[in-house]
Ligand binder design. Structure first.
Ligand code: FFO
Ligand code: ATP
Length: 293
């Protein structure tokens, strides 16, 4: 669906401001950035052992139970996000983005995949991160060269999503789910670069989701788009002998779950770190090494 210029300007204005339903007052001081939260537990990727020792029926029953738990948790978290006060949301959006913008691992990243936040889905705002990534800054010693940004484009309902390169936030059109995404061809008629066909690796993924925990579990919206994409991308990086990307989720406080609350299947890709309004939680050894925490 192509949006009229006027509608698109409204959507982009909303995206670049805050996804609140009413104007927010002056933001309260945000918590100190780049705080390292509690010591990370040992990295515990979802186990596949249970599955390999099960017969087909038991395996199916187990999967059904996992998907049921996932659905129940999604609906609980959606309610919690809906109940969040707009002012608090706005403060948390600012705090999370400030932590990321000031971090060495973001400043030094060159090739990123990030989501275009959708206010209707009550996702953590990424507008400042996207602007910074696309602004091609120079002069702070770290960012002599600009960053390259890829964003998601849903191709079909069979978990198929691509990450396409954009150079300007204006390039985006709303899809059937009302999420802004790039057309396959840019305004000059050039086919956009698909990250799976790029010659260089991505260093950083900024990922959305509904719920997360301190051992790297991530509950998405149930489409399987990110897990499917990440599996293929991680395989590509391994095959090319590239450094693996850092997988970082952005999370409001209410989206962080206790251990054991998020059910997982072997398809769920664990993340390396979590950024919440009160700091970064590094999870994997990669995060500890690369985020210099
Ligand atoms: N900003 C953003 N872009 C993204 C994703 C995302 O989660 N966030 N995706 C990540 O996969 C892909 C799109 N997948 C999506 C999957 C579900 C819904 C959605 O509207 N879910 C509703 C419930 C719909 C239902 O169950 O009937 C919701 O969660 O409230 C949106 C996008 C690609 N782009
Ligand atoms: N690597 C994969 N290959 C094929 N199908 C997959 C893969 N990962 C997930 N799926 C399928 O996607 C559907 C949704 O999976 P799940 O509930 O784990 O998604 P999610 O983690 O909520 O979503 P997302 O990955 O988009 O954030 C399931 O039917 C699952 O079988």
């Amino acid at each position: 669906m192509r949006l009229s210029r006027q509608v698109k300007q409204r959507v982009l204005a909303a995206l670049m401001n805050q996804p609140c339903t009413r104007p927010s007052p002056a933001p309260a001081p945000a918590p100190a950035p780049t705080t390292l939260l509690s010591r990370p537990p040992p990295y515990a990727p979802p186990s596949t052992v249970t599955f390999s020792t099960m017969n087909k029926n038991t395996e199916q029953e187990h999967l059904d139970a996992v998907f049921k738990q996932k659905r129940a948790l999604r609906s609980r978290v959606r309610k919690a996000l809906k109940a969040m006060e707009p002012d608090l949301r706005s403060q948390e959006d600012n705090a999370i983005q400030r932590i990321i913008l000031e971090s060495p691992w973001f400043k030094s990243s060159r090739r990123l995949c990030a989501y275009i936040c959708c206010s209707a889905l009550r996702e953590v705002d990424t507008s400042k991160l996207l602007s910074e990534t696309l602004s091609n800054p120079t002069g702070d010693g770290h960012t002599q060269r600009g960053k390259i940004l890829y964003v998601p484009r849903v191709e079909d309902k069979n978990c198929h999503m691509r990450m396409l390169r954009i150079s300007c936030i204006d390039d985006l059109v709303a899809n059937s789910m009302d999420i802004l995404e790039p057309a396959p061809v840019d305004g000059d008629g050039n086919v956009r670069e698909d990250v799976m066909l790029a010659n260089e690796p991505v260093d950083l993924f900024l990922l959305p989701g509904l719920a997360f925990d301190r051992s790297g579990r991530r509950l998405g919206r149930g489409g399987g788009y990110y897990d499917t994409f990440l599996k293929k991308y991680l395989e590509l990086a391994k095959a090319r002998d590239w450094k693996q990307p850092l997988l970082v989720v952005l999370s409001y406080s209410v989206q962080i779950m206790d251990e054991g609350v998020i059910a997982v299947t072997p398809n769920d890709i664990p993340v390396d770190a979590l950024v919440s309004p009160i700091g970064v939680i590094p999870i994997s050894q990669t995060a500890l090494d690369r985020m210099k925490l």
